[in-house]
Structure formats: structure tokens, C-alpha cells
Write a protein that binds this ligand. Structure first.
Ligand code: S3P
Length: 434
């Protein structure tokens, strides 16, 4: 089973904490990233329970103190590896007068927070961070919180959502624009909870996207069904495309149109993917994906597609390494500030596996010859789950094994990855596990 969508899981817990009464969540991703957000919500005064405590199927129950009802956490909030958790919670905390401190693991402490500090400071909140807007960071909300109108220079759902979560606490209308639409799970979930939301292109035919919300609604608990994460489905999906003779069905995969750039790209490359049983769950489109091994050809992936597949470039680069011809992926500046610098991690890692790959500025170029590469390399994962899973998938088809130096990060987004891949017939060997 594909684990629950990470983006939607974070948001379901946060919105549950901002609603009065009971919110129930099924399909929640029980990965480290999301469990950190659950702990943060508890530390801020929400009740968050898994029932049953162990075993399946699990329903998560959240009882929130409501908007403007959160209380000062007694300790530092450690968001682990999660940029989404850190930035969304920073948005929330910027609306509260109390003092809170956010930190994270070595990867998260390297990532830029100035992208949320800048807009959120305009509400009157004060941020004290390490140089360059790095965690740990202290947040104190302003005395008279102000709604915001923010023109974001980047298409980032984390930035957009941080501002919108702050805006939920403010009187009046909060507006965000971004140069092109990033994933809209926050907007969809706000609507699901009854928040007044207006969103869409700023003018007909424009790529610029605008969202406005009306602050201080009274939210009551809702039922949330989290679909499978298309970003996680991407790994077994690409494995099935590459391993000759494969045919798999991935059930219940979220197909939000702002998340499906990888599927579009793979289909352009010649992938045999069928979308069956299309339906809608709690405001999000979902389908079952039937995937058959395919001969792939290199394509050009335009920069305009990046927001809809930003987390999928590492695994696309693996597909490209086995495809025939050149795949050119443009507009990847944001890849450099993910859990690791994924642009150079993929170029360097693929080269080590014998692939003709290079990064040129914000472009990743991978040239394959229609068959899997040599392999026979050890890849430094640098606390990045998607780098770890991408190279394990490449290892399934490479002539010689590929080793990753650390599997622990996989649990942030896909705790059952190794089990699922093993059940599908992969030989993933573990050694020297602590
Ligand atoms: C996410 C947004 C994306 C993505 C991340 C999850 C979210 O980041 O990379 O894994 O849940 O909002 P940006 O939109 O900030 O680039």
C-alpha cells in the first residue's frame, strides 16, 4: 500500500488543531515528518490520538483548541527532517503572542527559513534565527496581528501555506500570489473545513496564481481521508517501468493536478500508465494506477512543470538514466534547497553509477542509452529520503548493485518502502544495521 500523502497529512493535523471538536483522519502518513507535526500540535495544546494505539487500520483523532486557542509550548519544537512541518508551523506560531522555538535535524537546520520569515514578519511577528534564516529560530507573534498581502517570488506551497495559516488567525482578508501555482492542498483543506477561499489565475490565461482567505472563521472538526502520496507512488512506479516484464497496480494514489507533472512526463517518455477508478476523496482526486514495464525515451521537461513535480526529479533522473537519449530538466533552482542539494546529489550519484549526467546551472541533463547503467557505487544519502529511494530503485536494474550509506531517512515519508519493494520482488540487502 502506498503511504498517505505527506502534504495532506501535515495539514490534516494542523487543521484539526485549529478546529473545535473532533477531526478524524484515516490514511494518515505515519512517517517521522508527520509524527513531528503531531507532537508539535500536542505541545501547542491539541489532543492527538491514534486509535488503536498499534495495529491497523488506524484512525487519528484530533481535538483542537481552535483558532487563536493554541498555548505556549513548554519546550523547543523539533520538526526533525521536515521543511513542510517547520514552515507551516512557523506560519501558525507567528500569529501567537507567546514565545516558541523551532529546530530540526542537521538537514533542516541547513535549509532557508527566510522565505517564511520575510512575509510573516509583516504581520508584526518577530523572528530570531541563526545567520541566513537557519533554525533554530525563535518566534514571537506581534501585539496587533495584521492580515497580509504577499507576492511570493517563488512557487512554494510551504511559503503560501505558512502565510495562509497565519492569515487564518487575523481579522480580514489575507492574500498570497505566486508566479505559478504550487500544490493547493491547503486551499482544498481550508474549503473542506468551511474557510472562505478564493483562488485561481490572477487573470484569464495568466500563470500567476492568487489565493485569498477570510480570517478568523469558526472551524469545527471534519472527517479527512488522506489519499496515497503520488510522490511516494513514484518509486515503485518507476521501478515497474524499468524492470522488464513488470505489471503492478498502485491503489488509491492522489492525483491532484498540481502534483502530476511526473506522470505527464513519464507518459511523454513512453510509459504505459493507466489511471483506473478515478474518484474524489475529501476534496482531492484519486485513482488506481496500472503500470507496465516500458521502453522510455529522453524528453525535455520545461521549467513551467517544476512546481507540479518538484519532489519527483530524483526518481525522474533515474528513469532518464535508463531511457534512450537525452532528458533535459530545466528550472530546478528549488531542488538545491530540499532535504539536500538534490540537483548535485543526482548528477554526482548518477555519474558514480556510470551515467552520463551533469548539472548546468539550474538544469539537470541525463543521457541514457536505453538500458540500465553499470551501478557498482555507494551513494551518500545526506539525510535525504528521496535520494535514498531513487538510488535503491536504480540498483534494482543496474548491472551491479548500488549501495546507499544510510536508510534511516526513508522513514520520513515512506516507512514501508523496503518491505513493499521486497514484496514486489526486489532484492534489497541490509548490512551493518545498528
Ligand atoms: C510541500 C511543498 C513542496 C514540497 C514538499 C512538500 C508542502 O515544497 O517540496 O515536499 O507540503 O507544502 P515547496 O512548495 O515549498 O517547494
Amino acid at each position: 500500500m502506498i503511504p498517505g500523502d505527506k502534504s495532506i497529512s501535515h495539514r490534516s493535523l494542523i487543521m484539526g488543531a485549529l478546529a473545535v471538536g473532533e477531526t478524524t483522519v484515516t490514511g494518515l502518513l505515519e512517517g517521522d515528518d508527520v509524527l513531528r507535526t503531531a507532537s508539535a500540535m500536542r505541545a501547542l495544546g491539541a489532543t492527538v490520538e491514534r486509535r488503536p494505539a498499534t495495529g491497523e487500520p488506524a484512525t487519528w483523532h484530533v481535538w483542537g483548541p481552535g483558532i487563536n486557542g493554541l498555548s505556549e509550548p513548554e519546550d523547543v519544537l523539533d520538526m526533525g527532517n521536515s521543511g513542510t512541518g517547520a514552515r507551516l508551523v512557523a506560519g501558525l506560531l507567528s500569529a501567537y503572542r507567546f514565545t516558541s522555538v523551532l529546530t530540526g535535524d542537521a538537514s533542516l537546520r541547513r535549509r532557508p527559513m527566510d522565505r517564511v520569515i520575510k512575509p510573516l514578519s509583516q504581520t508584526g511577528a518577530t523572528f530570531t534565527s541563526r545567520a541566513g534564516g537557519r533554525l533554530p529560530m525563535t518566534i514571537v507573534g506581534g501585539p496587533l496581528p495584521m492580515p497580509l498581502a504577499y507576492d511570493s517570488p517563488i512557487a512554494s506551497a510551504q511559503v503560501k501555506s505558512a502565510v495562509l495559516l497565519a492569515g487564518l488567525h487575523m481579522p480580514g482578508i489575507t492574500t498570497v500570489t505566486e508566479p505559478s501555482a504550487s500544490r493547493d492542498h491547503t486551499e482544498r483543506m481550508f474549503k473542506h473545513f468551511g474557510v472562505k477561499v478564493e483562488c485561481g489565475p490572477i487573470a484569464p490565461g495568466s500563470s500567476v496564481y492568487k489565493v485569498s482567505i477570510v480570517g478568523q472563521p469558526e472551524l469545527t472538526g471534519r472527517r479527512i481521508v488522506v489519499p496515497g502520496d503520488p510522490s511516494s507512488a513514484a518509486f515503485p512506479l518507476v521501478a515497474a517501468l524499468l524492470v522488464p516484464g513488470s505489471e503492478i497496480t498502485l491503489k488509491n494514489v492522489g492525483l491532484n493536478p498540481l502534483r502530476t507533472g511526473l506522470f505527464d512526463t513519464l507518459i511523454e517518455m513512453g510509459a504505459d500508465i493507466t489511471f483506473a477508478n478515478r474518484r474524489e476523496e475529501a476534496g482531492e482526486p484519486v485513482a488506481d494506477l496500472i503500470v507496465k514495464a516500458s521502453h522510455l525515451k529522453g524528453v525535455k521537461v520545461p521549467a513551467s512543470r517544476a512546481p507540479s513535480m518538484i519532489d519527483e526529479y530524483p526518481i525522474l533522473a533515474v528513469a532518464a538514466a535508463c531511457a534512450e537519449g537525452e532528458t533535459r530538466m530545466e528550472g530546478l533552482a528549488e531542488l538545491k534547497v530540499k532535504e539536500s542539494d538534490r540537483l548535485s546529489a543526482m548528477a554526482i550519484g548518477l555519474q558514480a553509477c556510470g551515467v552520463d549526467a551533469r548539472a548546468e546551472g539550474e538544469t539537470l541533463i541525463v543521457r541514457g542509452n536505453g538500458k540500465p547503467p553499470k551501478g557498482n557505487a555507494t551513494i551518500a544519502v545526506n539525510l535525504d529520503h528521496r535520494i535514498a529511494m531513487s538510488f535503491l530503485v536504480l540498483g534494482l536494474v543496474a548491472e551491479q548493485p548500488i549501495t546507499i550509506d544510510d536508510e534511516a531517512s526513508i522513514a520520513t515519508s515512506f516507512p514501508n518502502f523496503i518491505q513493499l519493494m521486497t514484496d514486489l520482488g526486489s532484492a534489497i540487502l541490509r548490512s551493518n544495521r545498528p
